[in-house]
Design a binder for this molecule. Structure first.
Ligand SMILES: C[S@@+](CC[C@H](N)C(=O)[O-])C[C@H]1O[C@@H](n2cnc3c(N)ncnc32)[C@H](O)[C@@H]1O
Length: 268
């Protein structure tokens, strides 16, 4: 049914709200803008603009996917993270804003230092660091070779010289890094079923869940790193004390929402 941008957003927001989406109006604006090829501001600046007939099919398809609770980032195939945009698909976790804290820790490194990102996923952390600090040597790795493919493609598309390898824990070749950053899975087995359908229906379980207390992958990383290696580990707020106990001199930093989110320390 042809109509204005305003009509398209209002219809889409109403069906997304009925489908249980948390942010129906925002999602509707983003999906209408994408399907019509217009900037999102146009929805507010020129709400009377007619949606071209050929664009309606694409919009309908996007709204159907969102009604099924597919995350907007997978529908669009991209997600912004700090100052870069990453291609994302269900082979990798959608980067979260709280993970920017890991990038901030790396930005404190001395010129020319080497930082390695374990569990790189889409490459978000490694690539954001390389983008903001071209003087650093940045490498990354992930246990999932499918994730490494996505990260490598993102590095090529962004023109960032970051080498990625498929390995569990810290690759032996990266043992000499000045800092290892890692947003590894930290959800507990029991928590998985309580998460939103956008997560359980679409994001890779193995990128999020890590055993009875959620710390299996973090323990594996600590065990694979040489004594004295400096690690910055993202975790859930309730895991901060346990992560501090795994490291020498572990100190925890809070994210923008005030939650204990990243612990920095050395491997005993
Ligand atoms: C929570 S996702 C984070 C992805 C990315 N760093 C980000 O912040 O968007 C965790 C990633 O760690 C990887 N992973 C899980 N266990 C691992 C392990 N033992 N060693 C290395 N990578 C692992 C998963 O494949 C997944 O890509």
């Amino acid at each position: 049914m042809p109509g204005s941008l305003r009509d398209a957003v209002e219809r889409a927001a109403a069906v997304l709200e009925r489908a249980g989406c948390d942010t129906p109006r925002l999602d509707a604006e983003v999906l209408v803008a994408e399907a019509t090829g217009l900037a999102r501001e146009r929805v507010h600046l020129d709400p009377g603009t007619e949606v071209a007939r050929g664009r309606e099919f694409r919009l309908g398809e996007h709204i159907r996917r969102r009604i099924d609770r597919e995350p907007v980032a997978y529908i669009l195939g991209r997600r912004a993270f700090r100052r870069i945009e990453l291609s994302v698909d269900p082979r990798v976790l959608i980067p979260r804003p709280e993970t920017e804290l890991l990038v901030e820790v790396a930005l404190e490194l001395h010129p020319g230092a080497w930082v390695h990102d374990v569990g790189t996923g889409s490459g978000a952390v490694a690539l954001a660091i390389a983008h903001e600090r071209p003087d650093l040597r940045v490498t990354g790795s992930d246990v999932a070779s499918a994730a490494v493919e996505v990260a490598q493609k993102n590095a090529e598309r962004l023109g960032l010289p970051v080498e990625m390898t498929a390995t569990a824990g810290l690759p032996v070749e990266a043992a000499g890094a000045d800092l290892v950053v890692a947003n590894l899975p930290y959800v507990t087995d029991a928590e998985w079923d309580t998460l939103a359908p956008e997560i359980t229906g679409f994001e890779p379980r193995e990128a999020l869940v890590s055993g009875a207390d959620g710390l299996d992958a973090i323990r594996e990383l600590v065990a694979s790193a040489p004594s004295g290696a400096r690690l910055a580990l993202e975790h859930a707020p309730g895991q901060a004390a346990a992560v501090r106990r795994l490291l020498d001199g572990g100190a925890t930093r809070r994210d923008l929402a005030g939650f204990e989110r990243v612990t920095v320390g050395r491997v005993p």
